[in-house]
Design a protein around this ligand. Sequence first.
Ligand code: BGC
Length: 755
Amino acid sequence: MLLSRRLIAVLALACACSAFAAAQQPSDPETERKIDALLMQMTLEEKIGQLTQFAGKNPQNIEMIKQGKVGSLLGVLGAQDSNEVQRVAVEKSRLKIPLILGYDVIHGYRTIFPVPLASAGSFDMPLIEQAERVAAKESTAAGVKWVFAPMVDIARDPRWGRVVEGAGEDPYLGSMIAAAKVRGFQGKSIADPESVVACVKHYVAYGAVEGGRDYNTVDISEQLLREVYLPPFHAAVDAGVGTLMSAFQDLNGVPASANHHTLTDILRGEWKFDGFVVSDWGATHELIAHGVATNDAQAALESLTAGVDMDMVDGAYINNIPELVNSNKLPIAVVDEAVRRVLRVKFKAGLFEHPYADADREKTDFLTPENREVARKLAFESMVLLQNKNDVLPLSRKQTVAVIGPLANDKSSQLGPWAGNGQAADAVTPLDAFRQKMGSDHVLYAKGVDIPPFENGLAAGVAAPAPPSATGVKNFQTENKPASIPDAVEAAKKADVVLLFVGELAGMTGEASSRSTLDFPGDQMKLIDAVVATKKPVVLVIESGRPLDIRWAADKVSGIVQAWFLGVEAGNAIAHTLLGDASPSGHLAISWPRSVGEIPTYYNHKNTGRPSAPDRWHTGYLDQSAAPLYPFGYGLTYTKFSYSNLKVESPKISANGTLRVTADIQNTGKREGTEVVQFYVHDRVAPTSRPVRELKGFERVTLAPGEQKTVEFSVKVNDLGSYDPEMHWIVPRSTYDVWVAPDSASGIQGTFEVE
Ligand code: BGC
């Protein structure tokens, strides 16, 4: 049984290789010749070495590099250490093939930007690209030439801790962001000393883990895979991404790291990807636990033949592939093809010419004022104003504010869960920023409560409490005093308005940080209730990596701001916005559920045969609305916008035409503001049921009070199609609805027909 499965895998691969060879059109024959020359000289072990990645700089890894048995290390940071390991490869190994050194740069290397779920809400592609350019520059200064980013997993389940690492729930927005991030990381050329090779991850459908439980099973239709989960990866490949990372979880029964269909048929066959694929951490070895391999040898065989070229940290390739080849269980052509892909990226990245980091750049390139400025701007554009009753915001500098809550002065949590090489000390907290901008006399502070780790141990890695600040003139609670709710109440009573910084510690989101509820951990609700009872106006500022359950908030507090984890400039961006130096413009990149029970909640759901209606016999719940509390795309500002005059240029259009839709957007308020104008489409009749809306365009528009602008969306009709049940892309002849809208649940509507 085992042997025959293995044989089938090998035979399937042999076919795939020839198909790939035909599809592949190496752009640079000179590089391919250099690779041929190297392959001729390489021993089998040296070849597998190129397919092997280990972690860290340690004597064992150094020895293996010398022997040519390692092609990559991860987590070696700093010019000195990275140059030291590189020198071993380039000067002491027989063939002098440079290493490619990788690291997770998810939202910045040293200058930490907002977490990706937050920055997605800026809908600002040039700025997102610019932030990754900064991250690339800082990473390469530290000897990191390869980043395990962007993470582009679509996620519809905020229980999943890794929802924070991606761009939210929408495949169109996710694709635009995937491409922008690849452009930012890789620049004009990955050979540029200030560019990194990007690694789009986790291929594929990791965001669909059942129950939001990390690493769990995924079983979804091919249509859902193609229409929702694959598009951001495809966009990254089209943008020229150098590498992909295969995911941990199984996909329709076949683990993503042994999935020939996705790794070879689609990635190589359909998309013509010519870079390399690295497994996620230990994912090859985990094929045993998945129950598709009996041992590492079989796991290595399955993983490599499926299309995973490099094996991350578990040694399964280097320890087993030589024997698999020597015993004719694996054709050497398969190994050669994988080595070719790895070497191609190393050549394209200029590693053979410039293997070393320039140590001087470490002194000048980190956390510069310009880098901080990009972080501040992106942080400002990422936060979302959800509620602003009685115009409680913006605040006036004449007011006295009580800054209350466990996150108000927590430096580590400002950075977020996967903060590269960020340092907590670099972060500006909200408390720091309000004191600085308003003067300490106008700012009272009380922590109120601590956020304890979860009892079942999942909070391992939760950040340590921030060091006490040196400032603090008028504190009801000095930063060293234990947190106390009475102190918080006391501060609230003395203030004109309360800013309540509550949410999650950064370490409560991210990998292996799934949650079964969306509650505020610890005693934060007690703190909130006690502060609300003072009857002072309260602005809830939520710092979290996922939407939390705030059904109760609309009636209790005046303002609600979703601040996510905004990075090193978090405090400055929050104070800047709350004090009205500019109007907030962030919009939600994920639907905000009312309660955990309605998850998954996503705007692009199907209509069903019984769409929501006031009577009982329709899709929904008896005990609550099935609509999200706040829809995807939602976000307020300090002014108001009106939408009017929607025009469809060609009400009847052919499938190969270009649809043009315009609408007038006017700022009807008293302040300048930026609106994210969104464009949605719905195909009324198709062979498969279609989502009620799909985002197909957006534009950020800044308008002075009274100003009006006509916004135009121009979309190829072919891009509005869908897969038929046989997985052919079609553009059904049908009536389509279009909306130009401030969010996914409202807007002005029109129609057109595809003839
Ligand atoms: C994560 C990846 C990450 C890798 C290397 C894994 O645990 O799933 O996202 O790139 O570790 O750090």
